[in-house]
Design a protein around this ligand. Structure first.
Ligand code: 13P
Length: 291
C-alpha cells in the first residue's frame, strides 16, 4: 500500500487543502530520518533526489532501498526524480523504480519543452504507476546542475499553462510564480500569488485534475507557505534547508567532539537534526495525520 505515485496523493491533498512535503535527500541517513518522521506523524511523503545524488548513489540501488522502506511503512511514500533535464536519464530512473519523474525542459522554448515533456510522459505512462511533473516558466537560483539567473527567470503564462498541461499529458504541474531555489536574498521575496490563483482556477476550476507544485520552499516565511498551500500548492519542495541541516549538524558534532572517532554518533546527530526540520515542515504544510 505504501508504494504510490504522486498524482492521487496530491489530488487528495489539494482537495483537503494541505501540501505534501517533497524533501530532497542526498544520503541514506537523511532518507531514513525523513521516512521515520513522516511515519511518526502519519504524513504522506515524497522523497526526492536530484540527478547528481541519484547517479552517485545509483538509481537502482536507491529505488530498491526506497521500495524496502516504503513497503513496511504504514504511510504512502513516493520516490521522485527532481529537475532532470535529460530525457534519457528520466527513462533510466523510471525503469529503475522511481514512482515520479520530473522532466525539467523549462529552459527550452515552449515547443521543445512540450515535446520533451510529452516524450517522458508517454514513456512513464507506458510503464504504469509513474507520475510525471513538468515545469513552465523558470525558477531562479541553483538546484543541482541547473542554474537560472534572476534576470533569466520567467514566470509561467497562465494561458500557455493550459496548453502545456493538455499537450504534455503530465500528472503534476510546476508553474514558476517567483519562488527560487537556494537561500532568498530578502525576507519577503516577490511572489506572484495572483498568477498562482489564476493558474489554479484555469486548470482546476472545474474539479481538481492537476496538482500544482511549489518549488523553492527553503526560506519562505510560514504565512507565505500557508498562503501558497491555500492557493492550491499541494507538493511543496524543500532541498537547501535539508542540506544546511546536514552540514551544520555534522560540523557541529565534529567540532564539539574533536577527539572522538565514532561515525555512528555523527549519524545520530544528523538524524536528530533532520527529524526536527522535517517535523517543522510537516506541521507547517498541514499533512500530519493525513496518511
Ligand atoms: P529549495 O532548495 O529552495 O528548498 O528548493 C527546493 C526545490 O524546489 C527542489 O526542486
Amino acid at each position: 500500500m505504501a508504494i504510490v505515485d504522486a498524482k492521487e496523493m496530491l489530488i487528495k491533498a489539494t482537495e483537503e487543502n494541505y501540501a505534501v512535503g517533497a524533501f530532497n535527500i542526498t544520503n541514506l541517513i537523511q532518507m531514513e530520518a525523513v521516512v521515520d518522521t513522516a511515519v511518526r506523524m502519519k504524513a504522506p511523503l515524497i522523497i526526492q533526489t536530484s540527478v547528481t545524488p541519484s547517479k552517485f548513489l545509483n538509481a537502482k540501488v536507491l529505488a530498491n532501498i526506497y521500495k524496502t522502506m516504503a513497503e513496511s511503512a504504514p504511510i504512502p511514500i513516493c520516490l521522485h526524480l527532481d529537475h532532470c533535464t535529460d530525457v534519457e536519464y528520466c527513462k533510466t530512473c523510471a525503469d529503475a523504480g522511481y514512482t515520479n519523474i520530473m522532466i525539467d525542459a523549462s529552459k527550452q522554448d515552449f515547443k521543445n519543452n512540450i515535446r520533451q515533456t510529452r516524450e517522458v510522459s508517454d514513456y512513464c505512462h507506458g510503464i504504469g504507476g509513474i507520475s510525471v511533473e513538468g515545469e513552465l516558466g523558470t525558477v531562479s537560483g541553483v538546484e543541482d546542475q541547473i542554474k537560472v539567473a534572476q534576470d533569466e527567470a520567467a514566470l509561467c503564462d497562465p494561458e500557455q499553462a493550459l496548453e502545456f498541461v493538455a499537450k504534455t499529458r503530465i500528472d503534476i504541474f510546476a508553474p514558476a510564480i517567483g519562488t527560487a531555489h537556494g537561500v532568498y536574498k530578502t525576507k519577503n521575496p516577490k511572489l506572484d500569488f495572483d498568477r498562482m490563483e489564476k493558474i489554479f482556477k484555469l486548470i482546476n476550476g472545474k474539479g481538481v485534475k492537476m496538482p500544482l507544485v511549489v518549488h523553492g520552499g527553503t526560506g519562505l516565511q510560514p504565512d507565505v507557505v500557508k498562503r501558497l498551500v491555500s492557493l492550491g500548492g499541494s507538493k511543496f519542495n524543500v532541498s537547501t534547508d535539508l542540506k544546511h541541516v546536514l552540514i551544520d549538524a555534522t560540523y557541529g558534532y565534529i567540532t564539539s567532539h574533536r577527539e572522538e572517532y565514532n561515525p555512528g554518533k555523527i549519524d545520530i546527530a544528523v538524524r536528530e537534526a533532520i527529524m526536527a526540520k522535517i517535523e517543522y515542515w510537516i506541521d507547517l504544510l498541514g499533512s500530519a495525520g493525513k496518511a
